[in-house]
Design a protein around this ligand. Structure first.
Ligand SMILES: *Cc1c(COP(=O)(O)O)cnc(C)c1O
Length: 364
């Protein structure tokens, strides 16, 4: 068979902007027998059995019909779990989609959008897509967000986006710091991406009623073990949720299918499963952090389901490659300032033990 022609880097059929886009690159999802997969911050535990039952029921009834375009039952369940009302909740196809709609809805004011220099790299991709200028504020020497670095003259920014806990550092900001950001930018949206909040940070949900400029975004992909279902949500005051609904209904009326709505709703209803699995991840994280410290790693204080670590004597890219050769995947970023770090997802106790045993051999 002859080889297919190489894809061209650009095409005359593309809209001009497409030629310069630099898309986000997700962590790899290889199919390798016995793989210890600690590279994409998935939950090592399966979702609640009630989720599987709800999905089976939804799949056996009604797939010939469109789903509820506004995901009302799911939003009701989220509102109950988060102590708010349905009209303060927006649901989307993964929090990545919710973030994209929010960037479109709130950050296109022709001024820079403030974000940490080291954070979730999708934020810069959305800036590129929507023509928003990112202003990357450096983390301090301890890899922390210092909110006093985010002060600007009033009206000189399009908004602020922050992940709390931050990714890939895992470090959490106290609520008092989030509140300082909200008060420093009363005329702009401060978006707090809480993808990992359930593993140990304080949620800004408690501030929503007092701050008309706060949008909190969460996902079911991490703490609810549903990365494969694609459900995320935002909570904010009604005027912010309404803007997200306007953008959604100008793009895709049905971002969440029947199966996803039913499964996600069931995930919020099984509180015991959620508490048990998140506690197990937190316990494994603390055990793993101590074990890696004993092996000579500097471990940043994590409030998430991953650790960001740096060895005092060994190159991170080399360690990642050697782990991979032994079927253990961790994430390494070839990004200035963090190229000597590894981001390691917290797995089951058995996966963490395997990682530590192989790492100890590599370092010996
Ligand atoms: C994983 C992650 C997301 C994306 O979550 P999905 O709901 O799976 O799209 C968003 N923000 C951060 C910081 C993440 O780590």
């Amino acid at each position: 068979m002859s080889a297919l022609p190489q894809a061209e880097p650009t095409s005359r059929f593309w809209s001009p902007q497409i030629c310069s886009l630099v898309p986000y690159v997700p962590g790899e999802q290889p199919r390798i027998e016995g793989l210890v997969k600690l590279n994409t911050n998935e939950n090592p535990y399966p979702p609640s059995p009630r989720v599987i039952e709800a999905i089976a029921r939804a799949a056996s009834e009604g797939l010939q019909l469109y789903p509820d375009p506004s995901s009302s039952a799911l939003r009701g369940a989220i509102a109950t779990a988060c102590g708010t009302t349905l009209d303060h909740v927006f649901a989307g196809n993964g929090s990545d989609e919710v973030l994209a709609l929010a960037f479109h809805a709130f950050f296109r004011h022709g001024m820079p959008l403030l974000m940490p220099d080291i954070s979730y790299s999708f934020y810069r991709v959305y800036c590129d897509l929507y023509g928003i200028e990112p202003e990357c504020v450096p983390l301090d020497a301890q890899m922390r967000v210092d909110v006093s670095d985010y002060a600007r003259a009033s009206g000189q920014v399009s908004g602020v986006v922050i992940a709390n806990p931050n990714a890939p550092t895992g470090i959490a900001l106290p609520l008092a710091d989030i509140e300082r950001l909200l008060l420093a930018h009363p005329g702009r949206v401060v978006l707090v991406d809480e993808a990992y909040v359930d593993f140990g940070a304080e949620s800004a949900l408690a501030l929503v009623d007092r701050h008309p400029n706060l949008l909190v975004v969460q996902t079911l992909s991490k703490s609810r073990s549903l990365a494969g279902l694609r459900v995320g949500f935002a909570i904010g005051q009604r005027h912010l949720v309404e803007a997200l609904e306007r953008v959604k209904d100008s793009f895709n009326s049905y971002p969440l299918d029947r199966v996803a709505q039913a499964g996600a709703q069931a995930a919020f209803e099984d509180v015991a499963h959620f508490e048990r699995t998140r506690r197990a991840v937190i316990d494994s994280r603390d055990t793993l952090a101590a074990a890696l410290a004993r092996l000579g790693f500097e471990v940043l204080p994590s409030a998430a389901n991953f650790l960001f670590v740096r060895h005092r004597a060994h190159d991170a890219a080399m360690l990642a490659a050697r782990l991979r050769a032994q079927a253990i995947l961790v994430r390494h970023f070839r990004i200035p300032r963090i190229e000597q770090y590894l981001r390691i997802t917290v797995g089951t106790p058995a996966q963490c033990d395997r990682l530590v045993a192989v790492m100890a051999q590599l370092l010996a």
